[in-house]
Design a protein around this ligand. Structure first.
Ligand code: G6Q
Length: 552
């Protein structure tokens, strides 16, 4: 249960209490009644931005809720925080870094200063380098070592160096270049690289080693396995490696030590966080597979959302609305989680992508200045594409005991207009949001069962099971079509939503110290797994598990 008793800072005590009281007031109200009382509810609680429509009317909110939430954002200094982020201030205070993924999609004539230097020319220099490289791969000037054209791109990276490019490349499948395939290897489990390499020809494969640090254990292990496979399949000639391996990194010396030419390294900067990096050279696999024009469209879409986020008043600001609704459910209605439900098979990796973006950003238990929080922060993010989820976990959303606010995402037009597939998909998406909101009343259930000819006793027995309480909140995001531009906009919408929440919660959304401890302990255990001696230095469970593995 979320804690609602404390505000993130004393300045917010009054508005926090007002929201808590308001939550108690509207707690019993049903959205079915809210819609019945107000035919203008959709118009009031929806807005369009170009080809994206957000309908947030199926939320447990009133005009008063949105006013109070807007006051909360104002009093938390959201406007100032947005300006700080865009201007390159070091708002990632624990790592002493600026947070400038927005600069990666800014036009060439923009100016964003970091340490007295405008970073935009660097951004566009690397974009041009990517453009040149993509053109050479596409038109056959860049070939494999035997002169054959490249047919397969393999991105080796993990976390932020994998999830974004993988999700976007999958989402933009209709835009893939003819004759090219993309593969993504992330897991250190040898199954991942083994299954990928089995499909490939060393003469026509290009590996991108994507690692900001170029030290990440999983990525370097996979990169070395890929290089060995390449050498084994190309006469063990090390001089050929540079035609088949390029790198995306901030660590030039480690890239060169691996055998990749400096000129085939695509740079990015410490002010690009891993999970916000798909807009940088980390997007190289995207640019290769869909073409640089489409990659630039992705950036342009994200930039349009940046301009909107920076300039629109809070009541008309899409990321602000979504972020404030997130806070509303988490802190005032006791909600623990949030589902991402794309009704588009191409967006099937979006839930996993947003899981990292949101949970790594807002999964924090201390404030910016290191005090433990006594209120709830980031929720659990989960989800799967529709309609598959309807035949699985939707049962819990409809009739379980956990409240699950959900985002439904649907393109109006499909890239695959085959028979009635898209009508069925769309109908299900909209029907679910209606069903979740309305539910089914006892009277409706009884009438339905009576109409089906059931006797009184059977109706009595079945009615509680067939009741749908409804009042389940959803946002619906309709995209005209899943284009690179609209996808860029959609991703940026979520990035900014996450930032809005972090500002209200007074936490640093841009560090991730929580991933460190496991890495440290894994290094120790790896050495122990290799040693001939029994492991004794841990608790009995850890010792027991290590020793069991050693005996196998
Ligand atoms: C993201 C995280 C993390 C990171 C990976 C890969 O914000 O920092 O997911 O992207 O650990 O790191 P490298 O790119 O340095 O290999």
């Amino acid at each position: 249960m979320a804690k609602t008793s404390h505000a993130p800072s004393p300045d917010l005590d009054a508005i926090w209490s007002a929201l808590a009281e308001h939550a108690r007031d509207i707690g019993e109200q049903h959205m079915r009644d809210m819609f019945a009382a107000d035919p203008g509810r959709f118009d009031r609680f929806s807005l369009s931005l170009g080809e994206i429509l957000l309908d947030y009317s199926k939320n447990r909110i009133t005009v008063r809720t949105m006013e109070l939430l807007k006051d909360l954002a104002e009093q938390a200094g959201l406007k100032e925080w947005v300006a700080r982020m865009f201007s390159g201030e070091r708002i990632n205070n624990t790592e002493g870094r600026a947070v400038l993924h927005t600069a990666l999609r800014a036009p060439a004539d923009a100016q964003v200063m970091v340490d007295g230097r405008n970073v935009i020319p660097d951004v566009h220099r690397v974009l041009n380098q990517m453009e040149d490289f993509c053109a050479r791969v596409h038109d056959g000037r860049w070939t494999g070592h035997t002169g054959k054209v490249i047919t397969d791109i393999v991105n080796i990276g993990i976390g932020g160096s994998d999830l974004g490019p993988h999700m976007v490349s999958t989402a933009l499948r209709p835009y893939w270049k003819d004759g090219l395939n993309a593969h993504f290897v992330s897991n250190v489990d040898g199954t991942d690289i083994n299954e990928t390499l089995a499909k490939l020809d060393a003469q026509t494969t290009l590996f991108i080693i994507a690692s900001k640090t170029f030290t990440t254990r999983e990525t370097m292990t996979n990169a070395h396995t890929a290089r060995q496979w390449f050498l084994d399949n190309s006469g063990n000639d090390h001089s050929k490696v540079c035609r088949h391996f390029v790198a995306v990194s901030t660590n030039a010396s480690a890239v060169q030590a691996f055998g990749i030419d400096r000129e085939n390294m695509f740079e990015f900067w410490d002010w690009v966080g891993g999970r916000y990096s798909l807009w940088s050279a980390i997007g190289l696999p995207i640019a290769l597979i869909v073409g640089m024009d489409n990659f630039r469209q992705l950036l342009a879409g994200a930039h349009e959302m940046d301009v909107h986020f920076r300039g629109a008043d809070f009541p008309e600001n899409m990321p602000v609305i979504l972020g404030l609704l997130g806070v509303w459910y988490r802190n005032f209605l006791g909600v623990s989680n949030h589902a991402i439900l794309p009704y588009d098979h191409s967006l099937r990796l979006l839930p996993a992508y947003l899981q990292q973006a949101d949970m790594e950003s807002n999964g924090k238990g201390v404030t910016r200045d290191g005090r433990p929080v006594d209120y709830a922060t980031g929720p659990i993010i989960w989800g799967q594409p529709g309609t598959n989820g309807q035949h699985a976990f939707f049962q819990l959303i409809h009739q379980g005991t956990e409240l699950v606010p959900a985002d439904f995402i649907l393109p109006a037009r499909t890239h695959h207009p085959i028979s009635e597939h898209h009508e069925i998909l769309s109908a299900n998406c909209i029907a679910q949001t209606e069903a979740l909101m309305r539910g089914k009343t006892e009277q409706e259930v009884r009438e339905e069962l009576a109409a089906a000819g059931l006797d009184k006793e059977r109706i009595e027995a079945l009615t509680p099971h067939k009741l749908f309480p409804g009042n389940k909140p959803t946002n619906t995001l309709l995209l005209r079509q899943l284009t690179p531009f609209n996808l860029g906009k959609l991703i940026a919408l979520y990035e900014h939503k996450i930032f809005v929440e972090s500002v209200i919660w007074n936490i640093n959304a841009f560090d991730q110290w929580g991933v460190e401890l496991g890495k440290q302990l894994a290094d120790i255990i790896e050495t122990e797994l290799d040693s001939a001696r029994d492991c004794t230095g841990h608790d009995s469970s850890t010792n027991g598990l290590v020793n069991y593995l050693k005996r196998q």
